[in-house]
Design a protein around this ligand. Structure first.
Ligand SMILES: Cc1cc2nc3c(=O)[nH]c(=O)nc-3n(C[C@H](O)[C@H](O)[C@H](O)COP(=O)(O)OP(=O)(O)OC[C@H]3O[C@@H](n4cnc5c(N)ncnc54)[C@H](O)[C@@H]3O)c2cc1C
Length: 144
C-alpha cells in the first residue's frame, strides 16, 4: 500500500529541511489521519526530531510508507459480514427471468444466488435488478 501516493520519495528529507524540529509523527499527521500517522511512526521507530535522522533512514522510511506490505490476519466475522459468497448456481437459472431451468415456477434472486459484488452498492443493485426481473416474469405468468 502506498500511504503517500502524492509525495515524492524525497518528501521526508525535504520536510527535514523545512521543519527540522518536527517529529515523524507530526510530519506524517500533516498528510494522514492522526491515528494512522501515530501507528505508522511507532512502527517505523524513528523517534526524535527529523533533524536528528539521517537522510538514508528517512529515504528508507519513505520507501516503506510508499510500499507498505501487510497481510490481513482475520475477518470481523459473520456479524459484520456485508455480503455472502456462494449460493444457487447462476447456470441453473434463466438470466432473463431468474426462473430455475429445471423447476418451473421456482425463482431465485439476490443473496440466494451465487453472485457476489464488490462493496459499494453492487449487491443492492443485483438484489433489486434480479428481483425486478423475477417480478416481471411472475406478473407475465399470472397474466398468462
Ligand atoms: C451490514 C451489511 C451492510 C451491507 N451494506 C451494503 C452496501 O453498502 N451496499 C450493497 O450493495 N450491499 C450491502 N449489503 C448487502 C445487501 O444488503 C444484500 O446483498 C441485499 O440486501 C440482499 O437482498 P436480498 O433481498 O437478496 O436478501 P435480504 O435483504 O437478506 O432479504 C431476505 C429477507 O428474507 C427474510 N426471510 C428469511 N427467511 C425467511 C423465511 N423463512 N420466511 C420469510 N422471510 C424470510 C429475511 O428476514 C429478509 O428480510 C450489506 C449487508 C450487510 C449485512
Amino acid at each position: 500500500m502506498d500511504f503517500l501516493p502524492d509525495a515524492a520519495p524525497t518528501w521526508l528529507a525535504d520536510m527535514k529541511r523545512q521543519r527540522p524540529k518536527a517529529g515523524l509523527k507530526s510530519v506524517l499527521a500533516s498528510a494522514l489521519p492522526e491515528r494512522l500517522a501515530t501507528a505508522l511512526a511507532d512502527t517505523l521507530g524513528l523517534s526524535g526530531e527529523l533533524a536528528a535522522q539521517k537522510d538514508a533512514s528517512l529515504a528508507a522510511a519513505m520507501q516503506r510508507l510508499k510500499g507498505w506490505q501487510f497481510r490481513p490476519d482475520g475477518t470481523e466475522g459473520f456479524a459484520k459480514a456485508e455480503v455472502t459468497a456462494g449460493g444457487i448456481d447462476t447456470a441453473g437459472l434463466s438470466s432473463r427471468t431468474m426462473m430455475a431451468n429445471h423447476n418451473e415456477g421456482l425463482f431465485a434472486i439476490g443473496e440466494a444466488v451465487d453472485v457476489t459484488g464488490w462493496l459499494g452498492g453492487y449487491n443492492f443493485q443485483w438484489a433489486w435488478a434480479s428481483g425486478h426481473a423475477a417480478g416481471q416474469a411472475i406478473a407475465e405468468r399470472v397474466r398468462g
